[in-house]
Design a protein around this ligand. Sequence first.
Ligand SMILES: Nc1ncnc2c1ncn2[C@@H]1O[C@H](COP(=O)(O)OP(=O)(O)O)[C@@H](O)[C@H]1O
Ligand SMILES: [Mg+2]
Length: 300
Amino acid sequence: VSGVRQRTLAKARTLLEALPYMREHFGRTVVVKLGGASLEDPRLVERFAEDVALLRMVGVRPVVVHGGGKQVTALSERLGIRPEFRDGLRVTNAETLEVARMVLVGSVNKGLVGHVNRAGVPALGLCGEDGNLLLARQRHEDLGFVGDIQTVNVELLRHLMESAVPVLASVATDGRGQSFNVNADDAAAAVAVALGAAKLVMLTDVPGVLRDDELVSEMAASEAEALIEAGVVTGGMVPKLRAAAASVAGGVERAHIVDGRVEHALILELFTREGMGTMLTAGAPEPPGMVVDVGEEAVS
Ligand SMILES: Nc1ncnc2c1ncn2[C@@H]1O[C@H](COP(=O)(O)OP(=O)(O)O)[C@@H](O)[C@H]1O
Ligand SMILES: [Mg+2]
């Protein structure tokens, strides 16, 4: 057999290696959360958009939820607003809320939508205010307009998923005119639980959950709080790990915290044997702070 033929066969085999995973994920919902680092580098965003397009083309139902903390901080500083965080959450006064909404909904969301569209599948950029997709209420006075998601408008989201990939900015509403800044990890977890997603994949700027500089490749959701209490997990990883644990406790089969700085991290995670990052599986007692109502009132 000629060299060319060999290479062609090798390509076919590579494609076929993904077949069992495609079969596993076919028709299932995968919620992907995109964090700051992967949003900063246009090359990475392009690779990510290609991955999303591929997922959609092989019959997976992806939903993208994004943050953009770094971008919010950058514009805040240009406007002379000093960002403040508590337990990894941005303290959000009215001014910061306005900036977050401008940056996440106006800029980051549309950038991402453009990339996915160019990768060949239609993307629909939305935030929780559109069609009351994400209804929230204030988490705590001390955090200002930081919201906890109470209800996801599942019927509308499912309807939209028929024709496009929803790309959601993590801004929610109380349904009466007040917007809320929601941590994007929390938003992604709430959406994943409400949709009954098979997987939640969180792309971030570290290899996963680290303990003594080593990657924790697998853990039970029930171990999350202990890692936070022990001070192993701090900063932005606190809401992320809590959200991942809550999603699994809420019925999502697996949650993955993955290095978004790696090109094509998403399809490597989904379609290859080598799992990446940290995988959380069930085994958690009821986690606090996450109530997701998918009942009748979710429908507007
Ligand atoms: N044990 C830990 N393992 C990994 N990351 C950690 C840990 N403790 C704190 N972190 C911090 O959490 C950050 C990820 O959260 P965040 O900055 O909010 O990113 P994202 O934009 O992806 O949400 C990491 O960059 C790291 O600085
Ligand atoms: Mg974060």
